[in-house]
Write a new protein. Structure first.
Length: 292
């Protein structure tokens, strides 16, 4: 199962009461496929505010995205949590909803050992026939999935990829030793090009909500051997990659990208507490960044 080179971790649109806005969700899916050229969508990941979505909302999103995308792109369900049994439950519900794959974040807060992390992922993988992408994001989970554990998990047939937010050194070690068919995605827009350079497959992106088409050009240029062109595109996009998380100081994902979408003519509503919407200063920064 190929998920392509550019995967967008999609925001969840809300209405004025912070309920899911289904009409806007449909428009957003169309926009990301048609205008931003995404190959796959992650639904109910961190960018989709998964910590504040109920299970019923998540499953409804899975079903809606599958139906509306209608085969135009792959749908990947964010089904991970820090409870293995709960992750198994969500994964099975996602499979019933017809998704194409599962994204599983490393179990956060519990601070499990590497053996515990391995058993967590293995147990979920054994509960589904769907392909699974691991997600290592130490800045959010406290624990990091080591290269050794990732490579051990890569031996499980339906664990097919990892979204890696650790160091380029760890990415390089994983790519160099992974079995055939196992691929690595960057989870950090700012290192898309370096990730490709060490053998990574692509990017699971937030910035692709607003610069996805250009990111697709960057990836194509690098893969075609037009390295200087890829470098030039990367240099042009880098302020956006950086600015969406530092506007003008660090802001939690997806606060900035939701406002950025409104600047693109696609308002997707606010964010649920404990996140709060952009300040006036942040909005002015983003206006200058994206429209300047």
């Amino acid at each position: 199962m190929g998920f392509g080179r550019l995967i967008t971790a999609m925001v969840t649109p809300f209405d004025e009461n912070l309920n899911i806005d289904w009409d806007t969700t449909a428009k957003l899916i169309d926009y990301l496929i048609d205008e931003q050229k995404t190959d796959s969508l992650v639904v109910s990941g961190t960018t989709g505010e998964s910590p504040t979505l109920t299970d019923d909302e998540k499953v409804a999103l899975f079903r809606f995205a599958v139906k509306h995308a209608a085969g135009r792109c792959k749908i990947i369900a964010g089904a991970g949590s820090n409870e293995t049994a709960h992750s198994v439950h969500l994964t099975r519900k996602a499979e019933e909803a017809g998704v194409d794959g599962i994204l599983l974040v490393a179990p956060y807060y519990n601070k499990p050992s590497q053996e515990g992390i391995y058993q967590h992922f293995r147990t979920i993988a054994e509960a589904t026939t769907l392909p699974i992408i691991l997600y290592n994001v130490p800045s959010r989970t406290v624990v990091s999935v080591s290269a050794e554990t990732t490579l051990r998990l890569a031996q499980i047939p339906n664990i097919v990829a990892t979204k890696e937010c650790a160091s380029l050194e760890q990415m390089t070690e994983i790519v160099a030793n992974a079995p055939e068919g196992f691929v690595l995605y960057s989870g950090d827009d700012g290192v898309t090009l370096p990730t490709l350079s060490v053998g990574g497959h692509g990017i699971i992106s937030v910035a692709s909500h607003v610069v996805g088409a250009q990111m697709k050009e960057l990836i194509a240029a690098y893969l075609d051997g037009r390295v200087q062109e890829a470098q030039a595109i990367n240099a042009k996009l880098f302020p956006v990659f950086k600015g969406l998380f530092n506007c003008p100081h660090p802001v939690p994902n997806p606060v900035a990208v939701k406002y950025a979408l409104s600047l693109r003519g696609l308002p997707v509503g606010g964010v649920r507490l404990p996140l709060v919407s952009t300040t006036e200063a942040e909005e002015k920064f983003l206006q200058n960044l994206l429209n300047g």
